[in-house]
Ligand binder design. Sequence first.
Ligand code: ARG
Length: 457
Amino acid sequence: MALWGGRFSQAADQRFKLFNDSLRFDYRLAEHDIIGSVAWSRSLVTVGVLTKDEQSRLEDALNMLLEEVRANPEAILASEAEDIHSWVEQQLIEKVGNLGKKLHTGRSRNDQVATDLKLWCKAQLTELVDGVRQLQHALVATAEANQDAVMPGYTHLQRAQPVTFAHWCLAYSEMLARDESRLQDTLKRLDVSPLGAGALAGTAYPIDREQLAGWLGFASATRNSLDSVSDRDHVLELLSDASIGMVHLSRFAEDLIFFNTGEAAFVELSDRVTSGSSLMPQKKNPDALELIRGKCGRVQGALTGMLMTLKGLPLAYNKDMQEDKEGLFDALDTWLDCLHMAALVLTDIQVKRPRCREAAEQGYANATELADYLVAKGVPFREAHHIVGETVVEAIRQGVALEAMPLTALQAFSPAIGEDVYPALSLASCLEKRAAKGGVAPEQVAQAIADARARLA
Ligand code: ARG
């Protein structure tokens, strides 16, 4: 039976009921609905609606229900109830009879659903922070093991300057550190309890909403009842966090897909995270990474969808807001899955060092070094840049690396060049020189690994 039958003389059309009901997805709020109900029942004692004895019978029954729900959440789906709030109330009435009908005094499903969803978001946020940190651990460990793996760094997907695989890993660890701090920021604004805002105008019982918020583990209670029941900023913020986090994972995936190609062959992905072709026996495809890259789309879609749903909604609650859940659940589940999968991909990735080094030696990735060498000899940088550009054209024409050109050939471009140019053009020198904070110099990378470890401890 619906919670609101008195006003109606006709039953709901079955098609409308299917369209309207939210139990098939909001059953995931069951635990939070029950926990919120226990706290609400305690508040009802403070205002004389329930006796202590009544409250403890309600609390016992709710706790029993909580255990059942934790043991088998999917069992809820067999019910015809409209939504999780109706379901919990029905179950309670089945357990304690008429006493159960007192629980909804002074409360509305509008402040209830806002509270349940915030509690769910808080729990999910903790898991996401864990997932983000696990991946940072995996990145830092992979960096540690690959400090000597020199490879080309790219701009415009053209070989630019040598870097190390470790430095590449640490770039993603920085993105994830920001993802984590974005989640922590979100929590600050999310951690405010709407319970006791009623349907829209506030509850008619003199409930201490700050005390109630404290019982539920919120930092405080909301300040305005209209806003409390119609605010879904936390949904938007979490979807934004997820969207940005997924963009990072998608770029991570794309880089590795490229590194894993036959053409680059800088890494080999493990058999455990790749799959084969039904036709071409030689294939080993990077499906885990492609799915991470692909799933980025649905998360951005959930954010855009929710922004559009909320745009232009009048105050206060409107049923449109029931649309907040499916996209949010899916986006946060997806993000968490992808974080776990990215960490798994890194676990036994094989970095092919000789091939990485070979690629770093090609493509004139040390051309900037030659320009800096000329600068050290007193040539203004702009002029040095031009000279090296001409030298590279000649090297390309001859099909050789800069360091393979004889001294006399180099001197044809600038008399400032001497025998000491060759060590300056070495890969080791390219790396070592970039020793300012955040650079690719080995000691900077080692320091960055130590710092990241300390932050993660
Ligand atoms: N299932 C609803 C939702 O998810 C619960 C709130 C219903 N409130 C109402 N006034 N119909 O938003």
